[in-house]
Design a protein around this ligand. Structure first.
Ligand code: FES
Length: 483
């Protein structure tokens, strides 16, 4: 039997070649033979998905280098003629229902739009049924901006079957609270870093409650909380080194490295410390551990973890006054560290079990043992997955049904310590108090990327925060639209 030269290529080369293909071409390759089918469904090829764009005939993969995600076309919330015009960009080879065309242009346009929506829904359904079961764990970004064929059921399945999802854009779609019912199931949503729900007018506080639950609960004193809490201090006091002690107000107590090298006992404390410099010699490093806010990176010169249970370096710098102190945690025979190790091993076992479940999970055809509705699985995930609440971008512009209650839900469970961008433009039912409660728990928030209604004059960072973004926007709610 004659062998084609391409069949002699090693799979690594074929995989590299396939990485340059569009999703449509990959699907065609998958129909050639079994080995190509396996290669075309390699998870690395499907990390970023734009199904709504693909359904419009734009088969590009991922974000283009010069493309800002915010510049993606918005057509879902416009309606009327603008929406009809945007649908004209679909693939000319698309399989339209020609029988629907008639002399009546209005009727023709409606049929055309319906066909586009139908095709998009068909593609999404096919993607969930046929592709995701093979690549679900590799999917990191899902852009469905302005999708008209999207349903709550599809969003539910997408969220539940992609546990490593970091980027989710559902802006200008008709999704409502029920779509997010899957957040938290089998760790779904825990790794989200970017969530855009701008223009989703059906969203209420319930979605924010589910989002907050899905992100998990931060343990008090966790590194993530510490990292955010010390973010500003780190910038201001980069020359200070943590002295392993926090004062009554929870401020980190630091010594100036310049002074330390010359005379440690005279080293002045950093601003806000209640301890005088002469008391340093008597301080035990883990005193007040439960309330301490140091983090490992900040204490890098000492090469130790925050709780002192993992001694990574036996040679701290000379003249390091911390080196002479005892550590109350270390005297406990590294018990906490051992407990962490046991937890890690347990989590690895649970992850393996869950991976097996996911591999068998065909979204629509779950086995009884691996059902996402199994309460034990959810509980296992809570124990196994590291909780960081790492959401950095949250777009809720135009979600006017949101109230302070929803903001309070986001502020709970440890807040959103890594959130830098928060858009609440057009959220007409929130107040300054609700905003302040949330802002207090978003310590990394960039004021220039913090948007809320201009009519809330006494809101947090009123001098530095950006105002409402919807003043000139016709597609999202704004209390001043039309002025
Ligand atoms: Fe009040 Fe836009 S929502 S100014």
């Amino acid at each position: 039997e004659e062998v084609s030269p391409i069949q002699t290529l090693p799979s690594e080369i074929l995989l590299r070649m396939m990485s340059y293909l569009s999703p449509r071409d990959l699907c065609r390759c998958a129909q050639v033979c079994r080995s190509w089918s396996d290669l075309a469904r390699d998870g690395h090829l499907w990390q970023v998905m734009h199904p709504a764009r693909w359904a419009q005939g734009d088969w590009r993969f991922g974000f283009l280098p010069d493309e800002d995600p915010d510049d993606l076309p918005v057509y879902g919330a416009m309606g009327g003629e603008e929406e009809q015009d945007l649908y004209v960009v679909v693939d000319e080879d698309a399989d339209f229902d020609e029988s629907a065309e008639s002399d009546n242009s209005e009727s023709s346009n409606l049929s055309y739009t319906a066909a586009c929506i139908q095709r998009e829904a068909k593609m999404l359904t096919s993607l969930v049924r046929n592709l995701l079961p093979h690549v679900n764990r590799s999917v990191q970004s899902l852009v469905l901006r302005g999708s008209r064929g999207l349903t709550n059921g599809l969003v539910y399945k997408l969220i539940v079957s992609c546990p490593n999802l970091e980027y989710l854009d559902l802006s200008h779609t008709n999704v409502s609270d029920v779509a997010f019912k899957g957040l938290g199931k089998r760790g779904a949503g825990r790794k989200l870093r970017h969530l855009d729900l701008s223009g989703c007018v059906n969203i209420t506080d319930l979605t924010l409650v589910r989002l907050s639950n899905g992100l998990g609960r931060l343990a008090s004193g966790s590194p993530s909380v510490s990292r955010s809490a010390d973010n500003k201090k780190r910038k201001e006091a980069s020359k200070y080194i943590c002295c392993d002690f926090s004062n009554a107000e929870g401020n980190m107590c630091c010594i100036d490295t310049d002074y330390e090298s010359s005379n440690p006992t005279l080293a002045p404390c950093h601003t806000g410390c209640s301890q005088s410099s002469t008391q340093f010699e008597d301080i035990e490093c883990c005193q007040g551990f439960s309330e301490r806010t140091c983090d490992f990176e900040y204490r890098a010169p000492y090469q130790r973890t925050c709780c002192g249970t993992e001694q990574r370096s036996s040679s701290p710098p000379n003249n390091d006054i911390a080196s002479s102190r005892t550590c109350c945690m270390s005297q406990e025979e590294n018990r906490p560290f051992q407990a962490d190790k046991n937890a890690r091993e347990k989590s690895q076992r649970k992850n393996k079990k869950d991976n097996d479940c996911a591999n068998n999970d065909n979204v629509g055809e779950r086995t009884n043992n691996c059902s996402p509705n199994n309460g034990d699985v959810d509980k296992d995930y809570d124990e196994a997955e590291e909780v960081t609440r790492g959401l950095a971008y949250l777009g809720l512009s135009g979600c006017y049904q949101i109230t302070d209650e929803g903001l309070g839900a986001l502020a709970s469970h440890g807040g959103l310590p890594q959130l830098t961008h928060l858009d609440l433009s057009g959220c007409l039912n929130i107040t300054a108090d609700g905003l302040a409660a949330l802002a207090d728990n978003c310590l990394s928030l960039d004021h220039e990327q913090f948007f809320y209604c201009d009519n809330i004059t006494d809101g947090p960072f009123s001098d530095t925060a950006s105002g409402c973004q919807n003043l000139q926007c016709s597609s999202r709610v704004c209390c001043r639209s039309g002025e």
